[in-house]
Design a protein around this ligand. Structure first.
Ligand SMILES: C[S@@+](CC[C@H](N)C(=O)[O-])C[C@H]1O[C@@H](n2cnc3c(N)ncnc32)[C@H](O)[C@@H]1O
Length: 427
C-alpha cells in the first residue's frame, strides 16, 4: 500500500516516471530542515527517522486527524516548536509560502531515485512490478521501458529477483545505451568492450535471446566476470571472446554479417562518483591526468574508427561514463569525416532528453549527455547510422589490388621502354 504522503511533485526524475502518484521526496529536505532546526528528537525517535518524517509531514501539511499512535502523540506535543522551526526556515530561505520552499532547494539537494532493469529474458516487466510492489514503491521509467524507478535509498541487493538475475541493478544512463543502439532480434551484434556485461545482457534481452552477440573483452580476469553476468542473465545468444577488439578484422568472414556494434570503451570514469576522488590519490598530478586522458581518447578514437570499418554494420553506439569533452565530443568530431566517407551519419537519440552534446561540431544536438549530479551518472552517448552505401571492405581491397596491379604494369612498361632503349643504344 502506498504511504499517506504519496504525491507527485514537479521534480525532474519524476517526470520520467510512468505512474501518476509517488513519494514525498520533493518535500524531504524541508522536513529534515524543520527537524534539524526544532531539535526535538531524542535518540529513541531518531532511530525511527523515516516514521518521524511521515508524521511531521502530516502535522505540518497533512491530515492531523488520522494521527493516533505514540510517535504521533509525541510530535503533536511539539507542534508549536515544529511550526516555529518551519517559520524560521521560511525566513532563512527568504520565501513567504511553504509551497515556495521547495523551489528554494537546489535540485542537487534532493535525494535521488534508485533504478533497476528487468531482465526480460527471465521475467516480463508487468510481473516484476507486481512482485516488487509487494515490498517497495516502484514505477516504470517512461523512456527505457524495462527500467524501474524506486525511492531514494531503496536497497535491492539481497532481493531474490536480483540474486536470480531477473532484475539487474543498472543505472538509467547505462540502460539507455543498448536501447539507443536498438538491435533487432535476428541481428548479429558486437559488444566491443563488454565486461562486466551489463550492456551485453541488455542487448540480449532487447534481441529476445535471438540472433547473436559477440561480446569481446581484452582483460582475462574481466572475461570471467563477463561470463558470469551472461550466465546469470540466461543470455544464450552471447559468444564471449577473450580478444582485443582492435584485432578483430572487419575482413574476417565471421563478422561479415555484423549489423550493429556497441562500443563502450575504457574511459576515465569521471562521470561516476568514485572517480571524483582520484585527485586524493598520492600518485595524482594534473599532468598525469592529462596524459591519461590523452591515451584514453586515442584508444577511444581508434576503437571507434575500427567499428566504423565493419562492412555490414548499420548502427554503432558509442558511450562513456566520462564527463570529459576530450573522451566524448572530441572523439566524435575527430571521426566525422571517416564516418561520412563510409556513409554513416550521427542520428538523434532520445530526442525528449534535454541535455545534449557540447556544441563543438555541427550535429552535436544528436548526441546526449547525462549529468553527474542531477542524473547520478555523467554519461555520454552517440549513435551513428549508415544512411549511404559504403563499398564493402572486399571491394576496397580489390580496388586497392587493381590500383597496385595497374601501377605494377605501368612500372613494367616504363622499365621495358628503358631496357629496350638501352639495348637499342648498344645494338
Ligand atoms: C567501460 S568498460 C565496459 C562496461 C560494459 N560495457 C558494461 O556495460 O558492463 C570497458 C571494458 O573494455 C575492456 N577493454 C579495453 N580495451 C579493450 C580492447 N582493446 N578490446 C576489448 N576490450 C577492451 C576493458 O577491460 C573493460 O572491461
Amino acid at each position: 500500500m502506498l504511504s499517506p504522503y504519496v504525491r507527485k511533485r514537479s521534480i525532474p526524475w519524476l517526470h520520467n516516471c510512468k505512474c501518476s502518484g509517488f513519494f514525498l521526496v520533493a518535500d524531504l529536505p524541508v522536513i529534515k530542515d524543520v527537524f534539524h532546526t526544532a531539535n526535538v528528537l531524542s535518540s529513541k525517535w531518531k532511530r525511527q527517522e523515516e516514521l518521524m518524517y511521515i508524521i511531521l509531514y502530516d502535522i505540518l501539511f497533512g491530515q492531523e486527524a488520522l494521527l493516533a499512535g505514540d510517535a504521533e502523540k509525541f510530535l503533536l506535543q511539539k507542534k508549536d516548536v515544529l511550526q516555529a522551526a518551519l517559520a524560521k526556515l521560511l525566513v532563512r530561505k527568504k520565501v513567504k509560502h511553504v509551497s515556495d520552499l521547495m523551489t528554494s532547494y537546489k535540485i542537487s539537494d534532493l535525494p535521488k531515485p534508485r533504478y533497476a532493469r528487468v531482465n526480460t529474458l527471465k521475467m516480463d516487466v508487468e510481473s516484476a512490478l507486481v512482485e516488487l510492489k509487494k515490498q517497495y514503491e516502484v514505477c516504470q521509467d517512461a523512456m527505457v521501458p524495462d527500467l524501474l524507478i524506486f525511492p531514494p535509498r531503496t536497497d535491492l541487493h539481497d532481493h531474490h529477483l536480483v540474486k536470480s538475475g531477473s532484475v539487474f541493478l543498472q543505472g538509467k544512463a547505462s540502460s539507455m545505451v543498448a536501447v539507443a543502439l536498438g538491435p533487432k532480434p535476428r541481428w548479429e551484434v558486437i559488444d566491443a568492450c563488454a565486461s562486466p556485461g551489463n550492456k551485453t545482457v541488455h542487448l540480449a534481452a532487447l534481441m529476445k535471446g535471438n540472433g547473436k552477440i559477440i561480446a569481446c573483452e581484452l582483460n582475462k580476469e574481466r572475461v570471467k566476470r563477463l561470463k558470469d553476468t551472461v550466465e546469470l542473465a540466461g543470455a544464450t545468444n552471447v559468444e564471449v571472446k577473450h580478444e582485443d577488439f582492435l584485432n578483430m578484422s572487419p575482413e574476417d568472414p565471421a563478422y561479415s554479417k555484423v549489423q550493429a556494434i556497441l562500443l563502450d570503451p575504457s574511459c576515465s570514469g569521471s562521470g561516476t562518483v568514485v572517480d571524483r576522488l582520484d585527485h586524493l590519490l598520492p600518485s595524482y598530478t594534473a599532468e598525469s591526468d592529462v596524459n591519461r586522458l590523452e591515451k584514453l581518447a586515442a584508444f577511444q578514437r581508434k576503437a571507434l574508427e575500427h567499428a566504423l570499418s565493419f562492412p555490414a554494420v548499420e548502427r554503432i553506439v558509442y558511450s562513456t561514463c566520462s564527463i570529459n569533452q576530450v573522451e566524448n565530443e572530441d572523439v566524435i568530431k575527430s571521426v566525422l569525416p571517416l564516418a561520412s566517407s563510409y556513409g554513416f551519419e550521427l542520428t538523434t537519440i532520445f530526442p525528449q532528453w534535454p541535455r545534449r552534446g557540447h556544441p563543438i561540431f555541427d550535429g552535436s544536438q544528436h548526441v546526449l549527455r547525462t549529468d553527474l549530479i542531477e542524473d547520478q551518472e555523467g554519461f555520454f552517448i552517440a549513435l551513428f547510422v549508415r544512411k549511404g552505401v559504403s563499398p564493402p571492405v572486399k571491394h576496397i581491397r580489390d580496388a586497392g589490388n587493381t590500383l597496385r596491379a595497374v601501377q605494377r604494369r605501368k612500372r613494367r612498361k616504363i622499365n621495358s621502354f628503358f631496357l629496350l632503349r638501352t639495348l637499342g643504344l648498344f645494338l
